[in-house]
Design a protein around this ligand. Structure first.
Ligand SMILES: *[C@@H]1O[C@H](CO)[C@@H](O)[C@H](O)[C@H]1NC(C)=O
Ligand SMILES: *[C@@H]1O[C@H](CO)[C@@H](O)[C@H](O)[C@H]1NC(C)=O
Ligand SMILES: *[C@@H]1O[C@H](CO)[C@@H](O)[C@H](O)[C@H]1NC(C)=O
Ligand SMILES: *[C@@H]1O[C@H](CO)[C@@H](O)[C@H](O)[C@H]1NC(C)=O
Length: 358
């Protein structure tokens, strides 16, 4: 009896205690919750103003955006907490922060038509993956290099929701190769490439720069000036005709897999010209600036975007490549992204192309 009484008391006490423990936190949580929600709404309305977003308040859309924004804040906080230095990538509220990660991927990225080893060779094997053969001793590269400083890189473009990163990046590299060769920097028509390129390329619905280069060289396509064939960011009817004036890509372009051989990327950058690379850009949704070293896995099956590398800096505390993106000048560092060297960050070494022009 006594022992039952004792047990009962203990039991009741335990219950009471746990009720207290459960009860008090719930009470505090509710208050906190309301305060957190209010703070979130305040932050969100300031975000909405800054980025000129228009949602009907309390509409379904507004609620979904608010939820995405809440998730964005959490991810940003977590990634920034793990920063190792002031040079490390900094994440924050970008114009994309009200999209879910899936929406961001669907709108701005395209599943990369991974061409490594699957490219349409059809007798054109001259740009095979010969990087390993080139591995021999490389001359030292300069400690830093930037084609922009030579005045041979055109301005940053904005692809908007047109998934033609493969065209923007390749055309940018070609523009620079023309400028290196002729001393004249001219913008070439990305729209021509969007409308005309075949071999699996689908205009704004995605493509691959290696198969674009294959197509350009197979048909000896001339890329005309941007002024003659202006950017519309939609899939249009191809208006290119054989014999049109424009730039022709030489058929000795490269398309290499350089994981573990990133010194070859540096070598190409310093001694040849910009290189086009495929990347996984899903984490760039919140990128503000600094060198990306983490949160950006480089598995080949994750590739979903293409950019052009225009330089590098080995003297920086975290050595980095300078990548020109096509999401407008407001993105990242005036439209550019810094990617750490030597660890296949964002998959930067999975598919690397150099081009030459006739
Ligand atoms: C928002 O609109 C204002 C006024 O039109 C403009 O000055 C500002 O640059 C816009 N901001 C963004 C992020 O688009
Ligand atoms: C491969 O290239 C040939 C032209 O050389 C073309 O007719 C064919 O459609 C291409 N195949 C693919 C899958 O792109
Ligand atoms: C490619 O086109 C250019 C100019 O349109 C022409 O001069 C050249 O001979 C062509 N080359 C081939 C291989 O068709
Ligand atoms: C293509 O060939 C030219 C001349 O032989 C050479 O200078 C250039 O480096 C080559 N381009 C590539 C991308 O290998």
């Amino acid at each position: 009896m006594a022992s039952w009484e004792f047990c009962k008391n203990v039991f009741y006490t335990l219950c009471f205690c746990s009720l207290l423990f459960i009860g008090i936190p719930i009470h505090i949580d509710k208050k906190d919750d309301a305060a957190t929600k209010a703070m979130l709404r305040t932050k969100f309305s300031s975000y909405v103003k800054t980025f000129n977003k228009t949602y009907a308040p309390d509409s379904e859309d507004y609620t979904a955006r608010l939820n995405n924004f809440d998730n964005a804040l959490k991810t940003i906080e977590q990634w920034n907490r793990n920063r190792k230095s002031d040079e490390s990538a900094l994440y924050g509220l970008t114009e994309f922060a009200d999209l879910s990660s899936e929406e961001f991927g669907q709108k701005y990225l395209r599943k990369h038509h991974h061409s490594h080893g699957q490219r349409n060779h059809s007798g054109h094997g001259h740009h095979s993956h010969h990087s390993i053969a080139k591995r021999a001793i490389l001359p030292n590269v300069p400690l830093k290099f930037d084609w922009r400083a030579k005045g041979v890189v055109t301005g940053v473009k904005d692809q908007g929701p047109c998934g033609a990163c493969w065209a923007f990046s390749t055309v940018s590299a070609i523009e620079t190769m023309v400028a290196i060769k002729t001393g004249k920097l001219t913008e070439l028509s990305v729209q021509e490439v969007i409308d005309c390129a075949r071999f699996g390329n689908l205009g704004c619905n995605g493509g691959d720069f290696c198969s674009l280069l294959e197509w350009l060289t197979t048909y000896n396509v001339s890329i005309g000036p941007a002024t003659a064939y202006p950017l519309l960011l939609t899939n249009g009817v191809c208006k290119w005709e054989k014999g049109n004036a424009g730039v022709i890509v030489r058929n000795n372009f490269t398309c290499d897999y350089l994981i573990g051989n990133e010194n070859l990327i540096l070598h190409s950058l310093a001694y040849h010209g910009p290189v086009v690379v495929a990347v996984n850009a899903i984490s760039w949704q919140y990128y503000l600036g600094g060198v990306i070293e983490h949160n950006c896995p480089g598995d080949p099956q994750l590739l979903n975007h293409a950019v052009v590398l225009v330089g590098y800096d080995l003297t920086a505390p975290i050595p980095y490549y300078i990548a020109k993106n096509s999401w407008g000048k407001r993105f990242g560092e005036a439209g550019y992204v810094k990617l750490a060297i030597n660890s296949n960050v964002c998959g930067v070494a999975c598919e690397v192309s150099s081009v030459d022009v006739e």
